[in-house]
Design a protein around this ligand. Structure first.
Ligand code: NAP
Length: 278
């Protein structure tokens, strides 16, 4: 049993991990709610991952977030894997349970949907086709959550088409693969548009997909949050679309871990956004 007198410890494991914004998010909540606890970034190599995960609970850790490059590897180490982590094929939240079992979950899709619902309250997945650009790890979480939310058609494109085709095989016929060179065409009639590539991020190339097909009925969201307003979001806003930036996804995906480890559902609000953007 976790000793109730012990100060709960949590953290984020990855390599490198210094770029992670999670420590800021958790420290903000711990301070804000005046709760005892610490959240620590830990650079752990792949070779040490298994040893680290068996030692951390003994040191008083109640769980950890997981970032690159361990998100897939932890699934093979966990004793229990949530359905959504299994579906997405990676985990970002680990819980060290009182019975000694390691439980792996993925809250990226949850964060994506909560952010959309908060930023575009009238948005409904079944309202029309979704168009998703990208087929990496984040796109998997986006597709899983869109299907879960009732999307009936997900148009998918990626520079490397084989990655989109692999996702289509996994997620089924609701996913329709489009060629990257014709990505602009799949925006026509789409009610949800998601950039799940790294294009448009500071230091990365701009997104060059033609946006003429975008209609003002579409809700447009970008997973990239640096800059907060990408060229895609700026264009979408200029034609009257509702737009939702990617920072909220990062904040919402952290909330289930905080609630589980520190026993309180934290708020994602403007104060938190300001603390992270400082
Ligand atoms: P990933 O697995 O490395 O996938 C990267 C994606 O970007 C792939 O689809 C890749 O296409 C595409 N891409 C990269 N460079 C490109 C280029 N020059 N031209 C066309 N496509 C290119 O990364 P990820 O984990 O899915 O993350 C994707 C983005 O989402 C990143 O910017 C990440 O920071 C962001 N993200 C944000 C949140 C959040 O909370 N807001 C959460 C997760 C991820 P190929 O397959 O052809 O390489």
């Amino acid at each position: 049993m976790t000793d109730p007198k012990r100060i709960p410890l949590a953290g984020v494991i990855g390599s490198p991990v210094s770029h992670s914004k999670s420590p800021r998010v958790f420290r903000h909540w711990l301070r804000r709610y005046g709760m005892p606890g610490y959240y620590i970034p830990m650079d752990i190599s792949s070779d040490d991952l298994e040893d680290a995960l068996s030692s951390l609970p003994k040191l008083g850790f109640v769980g950890v977030n997981v970032t690159i490059p361990h998100k897939e590897h932890v699934l093979s180490i966990a004793d229990l894997v949530s359905d959504r982590a299994a579906l997405i094929g990676s985990a970002n939240t680990l819980i060290f349970r009182d019975d000694g079992k390691l439980y792996a979950d993925n809250t990226d899709g949850y964060g994506f949907l909560e952010n959309l619902k908060q930023g575009a309250p009238d948005w409904n997945a079944p309202d029309g086709p979704a168009a998703v650009l990208g087929s990496g790890g984040a796109a998997r979480a986006v597709i899983a959550s869109l299907i879960d939310a009732g999307a009936t058609e997900i148009r998918l494109t990626n520079r490397t088409k084989t990655r989109s085709e692999a996702l289509q095989r996994e997620f089924g016929t609701k996913v329709k693969v489009h060629d990257w060179v014709q990505a602009g065409n799949m925006l026509e009639g789409a009610r949800t548009v998601v950039n799940a590539t790294s294009l448009g991020m500071v230091g990365k190339p701009e997104m060059r997909v033609p946006l003429d097909g975008l209609s003002k009925e579409a809700v447009v969201t970008d997973l990239v949050y640096a800059p907060l307003e990408t060229a895609l979001l700026a264009h979408a806003k200029s034609i009257g679309c509702q737009t939702v930036d990617g920072l909220g996804m990062l904040l919402y995906q952290a909330a289930p871990g905080f609630e589980r480890w520190f026993g309180m559902k934290p708020e994602v609000d403007e104060k938190l956004r300001e603390a992270i953007l400082l």
